[in-house]
Design a protein around this ligand. Structure first.
Ligand code: FNR
Length: 379
């Protein structure tokens, strides 16, 4: 309503309210390296496309005369209240698209009460992001370091800084084949905004001399040694339980048997995600993986979803197919690229308002009312 009323007064929003068009205009702002690092996927891009196409195979079947004028979209996931079933997905090195990086994102999320999931690979320190979040809800995403002491140190810092829930990303124990980044010789860890290395956290700066530019190849090698290649299995999970008091969520689940194993291992939640199509090219669309997983384990742990959410209708469909909440990835990064904190707010509010209207116009009043009955499959 606010946007329409401003429109009547002759004002237009500073940039588009449509997440796909927001990506297109971000291309005009950013250098090809960072733009494609964010926009690109693994291999041929088949999984990234499939993520979007999967949403088109489901259609909402609106209901009439059901008094949906007043709605309450709020929900609580693992003890975290939120105004709508939406969180900001963990996205690393945000300073490659805007100098304010994760601090801007934290402020925008906090202003809207939307939980932010902070990436281990954040450009800003855990403590600085916590401060920027103020009283806003915040979760922490772990890239599981190979050194157990480093892992415990990161977990302790996150807990001390007030991060309530741990999201453990399993699908990126090494970086995938990403032709866009290879063709641009672009590793975001090398070229950031302003500094050669877009990290201020001691974890990433340790071992760097005063002239980081010269040390970059060594630093990158060190990070690779710290975070990739571990031969971990399900037996490793109790270690995290031992060192984290809050809820634990496994991110990157696509197979129903893995979802069952997560529940058997006593995990509190999972994110059905293929990392936005950035890891296994040719993998199943994340939305196609969701219904069987929600059916199998939805009553044993919280099932969250990401990969491909761009509109309010997408949020609606994922919730109706069994997700308790969804994580938004690239769209908020495009908002950040356009206008820092204000841009993240704009991108997020656009999706939230679209979701609110879609729920109401379809005849529903709350996320809990959205079930598979609200949808039909068209192909
Ligand atoms: C990511 N993602 C991600 N995931 C994670 O667990 N830790 C991280 O540091 C990152 N970093 C990251 C950077 C960029 C540029 C992107 C686009 C994505 C994956 C992210 O959390 C989420 O799974 C996807 O972005 C969801 O897909 P959509 O919404 O972008 O299609």
């Amino acid at each position: 309503n606010e946007l329409y009323l401003h429109g009547l007064a002759g004002e237009r929003p500073a940039f588009t309210t449509d997440a796909t068009r927001l990506a297109e205009s971000a291309r005009e702002i950013l250098e090809p390296g960072p733009f494609w690092y964010v926009e690109g996927g693994a291999g041929s891009g088949a999984t990234m496309r499939a993520n979007r196409e999967a949403f088109d195979k489901w259609r909402i079947v609106p209901r009439m005369l059901r008094d949906a004028a007043t709605r309450d979209l709020s929900t609580t996931v693992l003890g975290t209240p939120m105004p709508a079933p939406v969180l900001l997905a963990p996205v690393g090195v945000q300073s490659i698209v805007h100098a304010d990086g994760e601090l801007a994102t934290a402020r925008a999320a906090s202003a809207l009460g939307v939980p932010m999931v902070l990436s281990t690979a954040s450009s800003n320190t855990i403590e600085d992001v916590a401060e920027a979040s103020g009283t806003g809800p915040r979760w922490f995403q772990l890239y599981w370091p190979n050194d157990p002491d480093l892992c415990v140190s990161i977990l302790n810092r996150a807990a001390k800084a007030g991060f309530s829930t741990l999201v453990v990303t399993l699908d990126t124990w090494t970086l995938a084949w990403r032709p866009n980044d290879l063709d641009h010789s672009y590793l975001p860890f090398i070229r950031g905004t302003g500094t050669a290395i877009p990290f201020s956290d001691p974890v990433f700066r340790s071992g760097l001399a005063d002239t980081p530019e010269d040390d970059t190849p060594m630093a990158v090698l060190k990070w690779i040694q710290m975070f990739t290649g571990a031969d971990r299995d399900w037996e490793a999970l109790p270690f995290l339980r031992e060192h984290w008091d809050g809820p634990i969520v496994l991110k990157g689940i696509q197979h129903v048997d893995d979802a069952r194993r997560a529940a058997d291992a006593g995990m509190d939640g999972i994110v059905v995600s293929n990392h936005g199509g950035r890891q296994v090219d040719g993998a199943i669309a994340s939305l196609d993986a969701l219904p069987p997983i929600a059916n199998a384990v939805g009553d044993r742990l919280e099932v969250l979803f990401d990969s491909g959410v761009r509109t309010g209708a997408d949020v609606f469909k994922a919730i109706a197919l069994g997700a308790k909440a969804v994580l938004i990835g690239r769209p908020f990064v495009w908002g950040l690229a356009h206008a820092g904190e204000a841009g993240v707010r704009h991108a997020l509010r656009s999706i939230l308002a679209d979701f609110d209207l879609t729920v109401g116009l379809s005849g529903y009043r709350s996320p809990a009312e959205l079930t598979p009955d609200a949808l039909t499959r068209v192909s």
